[in-house]
Design a binder for this molecule. Sequence first.
Ligand SMILES: Nc1ncnc2c1ncn2[C@@H]1O[C@H](COP(=O)(O)OP(=O)(O)OP(=O)(O)O)[C@@H](O)[C@H]1O
Ligand SMILES: [Mg+2]
Length: 244
Amino acid sequence: MLEGIGISKRFGGLSALAGVSFRVAPGEIVGLIGPNGAGKTTLFNAIGGLHALTAGAVRLDGRDITGLPAHRIARLGIGRTFQSPRLFPHLTILQNVLLGALFRPRAEASLRTREGDLGEALRALEFVHLGHRAGAPATREPTGRRKLVELAMVLAARPRVLLLDELMAGLNPGEIQLAMRLIRRVRDERGAAIFWVEHVMEAIMGVADRVVVLHHGEKIAEGPPAAVAEDPRVLDAYLGERAA
Ligand SMILES: Nc1ncnc2c1ncn2[C@@H]1O[C@H](COP(=O)(O)OP(=O)(O)OP(=O)(O)O)[C@@H](O)[C@H]1O
Ligand SMILES: [Mg+2]
């Protein structure tokens, strides 16, 4: 179980997050939505150890992980994809995914072999339907594919918790359908807890069990997708931003 308790983050005079609390349980897909600048990526950075919090705490299975460095949080089984994919440019697609496999939690890592790492990476690449691109240089691929490579990289680390930041941005309609199926499969087959930022509303409304809505750094709504989609505060937040 991943839990945030009263998370606040200030950048100078700007309050990017103000007292945000949430929970994501194993086997649960929780959507995180809100207009541009709402604080979604900042919340992921706070969970993942990239930002020091101004206030609040992050817990994983009841353990306080607030303030741990990013690599330790990754080792504890929290995997994360980025809004714009961050791949190693001089490596092939398979080599990138292999780096993910090296980040498996310690218990598994002690039993690791080179063949085991490679197998894990290949399985993750097949999982995202990109086994045939294994030897290609990572950066020459179109955005959609690079995002799926990043997903494979994270899955190869066998995370218990996945933070997906706009996985669907830059994907074509076929890739969006694929990504929706993959997110469901990760939940069904691994029982992972999935916290997922998305602007592609059809995808999040069709896949998420529950949705959390941020606006100007505050949680303004939370609940089943259908209820959140009709919540007047949520509609106001989105329409207000569009009007502005
Ligand atoms: N490192 C930083 N330094 C200063 N301000 C920042 C920093 N990171 C984010 N912000 C500000 O914090 C606010 C929240 O940004 P954030 O990137 O979390 O929004 P978001 O919800 O992810 O938006 P989007 O949907 O556009 O990705 C914005 O006003 C942003 O400009
Ligand atoms: Mg963002």
